[in-house]
Design a protein around this ligand. Structure first.
Ligand code: PXG
Ligand code: PLP
Length: 438
């Protein structure tokens, strides 16, 4: 099937330069393992695991089988006031794989819904404790927390906010990029002190007005910003000191990419609320999850009123969709059974070494990495910060490599099944493309 330009107009594509795309479409036709095949029959290496979703590789037979069987058995079940067994099984699995003290799981259908759910939980928690004034959120500059109104409000990427006006009441601490940390490998050694900006905002707004602090343990969308050594510990200390909830948005860092089950585990800091999505089903079916401790869950349950009353007036038509739960159970089983996190750990030092070999290539101004994630910052065209990454992405595609461009960076996040040769080939494609710029 060849789509006419007119047919392409009907779909208003998400986070896409629609005019450019529709002039020269990039259409995937199939995928297996670490490769896509496009509609021209060209094989393309998946250098971002879909959109940070498909760490196990594409076309996993066990996920396909679980999803197909579930479709035939129970395609939909009302999520409000009725249930099905798989959601409880999956919730227990998620509890088992996330840090202890995070014991209750609320299902959503995406990262964005997960964030908005977590923010509502945080405010509701404080109201149930008789402290309704605690409603402001503290996010971080360059943070990405999805595109729903709450997530945009706490997010710190101006481009995502400026068209839409004010949403939730939020302030932001600074990002963790420091000049002296350029080309750091893994966690930058300097920067724990940046967490102290939280104390300044507490001084400004007062803790009695603040519900929660939300950060990605490692900022993904902003171009892979690993936390400086000691930074997350310091945020945790300050949240404890000032009685603020700490939310880790682990939509990208959850389930393997950092070389551990979660960023919390990898960086040794446990939040009060964790948000998960993407890798939970290996991207095969939309699903997100908010994980909280008993303190928060019980606050709602204990204040629920008569037993027939709903304790948390929140939920989506597709929350805990049976097909999504089937995909989640199969994906998490494969992640564990195939020891894929061990492969992330084994490949990470090689990935680090090879990615950092791009230092000194034309237009490369910084490189950051952790686990199987790397961000490469590029020198701007005068007044056009977004153009070079876009052009670089297209050059890589010509060579058969899909990489993500966003802001003034290129992001790489190969699947957990990646091997050494594929890492070299991916980074070589980026290097060669950089040299093609005049
Ligand atoms: N929080 C974080 C930390 C994310 O990375 C979301 C929330 C929102 O999830 P949904 O499922 O609503 O998209 C995300 C999503 C990229 C890229 O290239 C990143 C995301 C999505 C698409 C592309 O960095 N992150
Ligand atoms: N809008 C209308 C009119 C609805 O009836 C519903 C759900 O019943 C929604 C929005 C929310 O949809 P979802 O539950 O899929 O988020």
């Amino acid at each position: 099937m060849t789509l006419s330009r007119e047919q392409l107009e009907a779909h208003w594509m998400p986070y896409t330069s629609n005019r450019q795309f529709k002039d020269s479409p990039r259409l995937m036709a199939s995928a297996k393992g670490a490769y896509y095949t496009d509609t021209n029959g060209k094989e393309i290496f998946d250098g971002l695991s879909g959109l940070w979703t498909c760490g196990l590789g594409h076309g996993r037979d066990e996920i396909t089988a679980a999803v197909s069987a579930q479709m035939s058995k129970l395609d939909y079940s009302p999520g409000f006031q009725y249930g099905h067994e798989l959601s409880f099984e999956l919730a227990n699995k998620v509890v088992q794989l996330t840090p202890s003290k995070l014991d209750h799981v609320f299902f959503t259908d995406s990262g964005s819904e997960t964030i908005d759910t977590a923010l509502k939980m945080a405010r509701g928690y404080w109201r149930s404790k008789g402290q309704p004034g605690k409603s402001k959120f503290i996010g971080r500059m360059k943070g990405y927390h999805g595109v729903n109104y709450g997530g945009v409000g706490v997010g710190g990427i101006g481009f995502n906010r400026k068209l839409f006006g004010q949403s939730v009441d939020a302030d932001h601490i600074g990002d963790t990029l420091l000049e002296e940390n350029k080309f750091s490998r893994g966690m930058p050694s300097v920067g724990a002190h940046l967490a102290d900006e939280l104390e300044e905002l507490v001084f400004l707004h007062d803790a009695s007005n603040i519900a929660a602090v939300i950060v990605e343990p490692l900022s993904g969308t902003a171009g892979v910003l690993p936390p400086p050594v000691g930074y997350l510990n310091r945020l945790r200390e300050l949240c404890d000191k000032h009685n603020l909830l700490l939310i880790f948005d682990e939509v990208i860092t959850g389930f393997g990419r950092m070389g551990s089950l979660t960023g919390a585990e990898e960086f040794g800091v446990t939040p009060d609320i964790m948000t998960l999505a993407k890798q939970i089903t290996n991207g095969a079916v939309p699903l997100g999850a908010v994980v909280v401790g008993s303190e928060i869950y019980d606050a709602f349950i204990d204040n629920g009123g008569p037993e027939y009353m709903v304790e948390f007036p929140h939920g989506y038509t597709y929350s805990a969709h049976p097909v999504a739960c089937a995909a989640g159970l199969a994906a998490l089983k494969a992640l564990v059974d195939d020891n894929l996190i061990d492969n992330v750990k084994a490949m990470s030092p090689i990935f680090e070494e090879v990615v950092h070999s791009l230092q000194g290539s034309p237009f490369v101004t910084d490189i950051r990495n952790y686990g199987l994630a790397a961000g490469i910052s590029l020198e701007h065209y005068p007044g056009e910060p977004l153009r070079r990454p876009f052009e670089l992405g297209l050059k890589c595609l010509e060579k058969g490599f899909y990489v993500r461009w966003g802001g003034d960076t290129i992001q790489l996040a190969p699947p957990f099944i990646v091997n050494e040769k594929q890492i070299h080939d991916l980074v070589n494609a980026v290097g060669e493309s950089l040299h093609e710029f005049k």
